[in-house]
Design a protein around this ligand. Structure first.
Ligand SMILES: *Cc1c(COP(=O)(O)O)cnc(C)c1O
Length: 365
């Protein structure tokens, strides 16, 4: 086998996985645990599966310090299906949900909630006036909502909550799709947490859901696949679970524990992000639009201010092994995603390349 040229993948998702995990998948793909079958071929009722799944849950519980009063679910449908499942299950009493409008994914959650019959989605705070380059001001909550929806990291705009806004004892639903286990949050501050796996956990096709057990008793009769209570009762195996995706996630969880866990990841992510932001703030070609206090450690948007130059940069970076730096189509420019599996060397290489690009351009913004 020839060696593969080193590339650094800055994609926002599906995103880079730890190289050691990909190699382990390769090495045990043909015969999982000497079963003579690949993980993709084993039964989800076999002990090979149930042991793997139980270990994945245990490790995730340890990594995020998830108390016993929370259930862990491994579902499908991505973060987007949670935009529907959360209101179906938990918008029951007042049928009103308070949304913190921190950017595109919060807005998608609002749109989907409004498609659920009878549900009213109210924006209780918004960062629209700063064009989402900062986080919304803390909401003034005068009444009780069935829950408040919060997006912890705004993948497209590049803003992130370091501490939570004051939500006055309301039920809190947190979308952690793009910084789960990249940043330490206190699980007890939430009643429901969810994350599509393909950004910071594993392959697409798996959604991790963490839900307070006591809330499940209040859920209405729903189609089984859409009911947290029924999914929890069947231990996420109400139907055939995404076995391969859960398996890769289980390897990522083990890798994270070996690396020192979430606190160590947060430290590394701060260091990686700081390196890039420091350069962006000192550059006379590139700049970061997000206000300092709100800057994400996992998704870093940046621009030259000239769309044609942005395009040239993305192509030149690609030719140098720095791939998937094109910004989201909604905001343009560039975006570097620095998830847990992105090594510091990747960010060092990126900054070196940006410096040489800037020199060649002559530093004219
Ligand atoms: C990517 C993303 C989503 C959508 O995830 P899918 O798994 O593609 O449905 C939702 N919320 C946030 C914050 C995201 O980054």
């Amino acid at each position: 086998m020839g060696s593969v040229a080193q590339i650094y993948n800055f994609s926002a998702g599906p995103a880079v996985l730890p190289a050691a995990v990909v190699r382990q998948v390769q090495s045990e793909l043909v015969s999982y645990k000497n079963s003579g079958m690949s993980i993709m071929e084993i039964s989800h009722r076999s002990s090979l599966y149930t042991e793997m799944e139980a270990e994945a849950e245990r490790n995730l519980r340890e990594l995020m310090r998830i108390p016993d009063e929370y259930d862990i679910l491994f579902l499908q449908g991505g973060g987007t299906l949670q935009f529907t499942m959360a209101p179906l299950n938990f918008a029951q009493k007042t049928k009103q949900i308070g949304f913190i409008d921190s950017g595109h994914w919060a807005q998608r959650a609002i749109e989907e909630a409004r498609l659920v019959p009878g549900v009213k989605a109210k924006v209780v705070a918004s960062a629209k006036t700063t064009n989402y380059t900062s986080l919304p001001k803390d909401p003034v909550l005068q009444k009780t909502y069935d829950y408040i929806h919060l997006t912890l990291n705004n993948t497209i705009e590049g803003t992130m909550y370091r501490t939570l806004p004051d939500l006055k004892n309301q039920v809190v639903v947190g979308d952690m799709s793009s910084n789960i286990m990249a940043q330490r949050y206190n699980v007890k501050d939430f009643d429901l947490i969810y994350a599509g796996a393909q950004k910071n956990i594993g392959p697409a096709g798996l959604t991790v859901v963490i839900v307070k057990h006591s809330l499940l008793h209040t859920t209405p009769e729903l189609p089984s696949m859409l009911s947290y209570a029924k999914q929890a009762a069947k231990h996420s195996a109400l139907n055939t679970p995404p076995v391969f995706a859960i398996y890769v996630a289980s390897l990522v969880f083990k890798w994270l524990l070996q690396q020192g866990g979430v606190d160590e990841m947060q430290k590394r992510n701060e260091k990686k992000a700081q390196l890039l932001y420091d350069y962006l703030d000192s550059s006379s070609l590139f700049s970061a639009p997000v206000k300092k206090a709100a800057r994400s450690t996992t998704n870093v948007p940046f621009v030259t201010g000239n769309a044609e130059l942005d395009q040239r940069f993305v192509v030149a970076a690609q030719e140098n092994g720095l791939v998937n730096l094109k910004g989201h189509r909604l905001v343009g420019g560039m975006r570097a995603s620095l998830y847990n599996a992105m090594p510091l060397e990747g960010v060092q290489k990126l900054v070196e390349f940006m410096e040489s690009f800037e020199q060649n351009i002559g530093g004219n913004k």
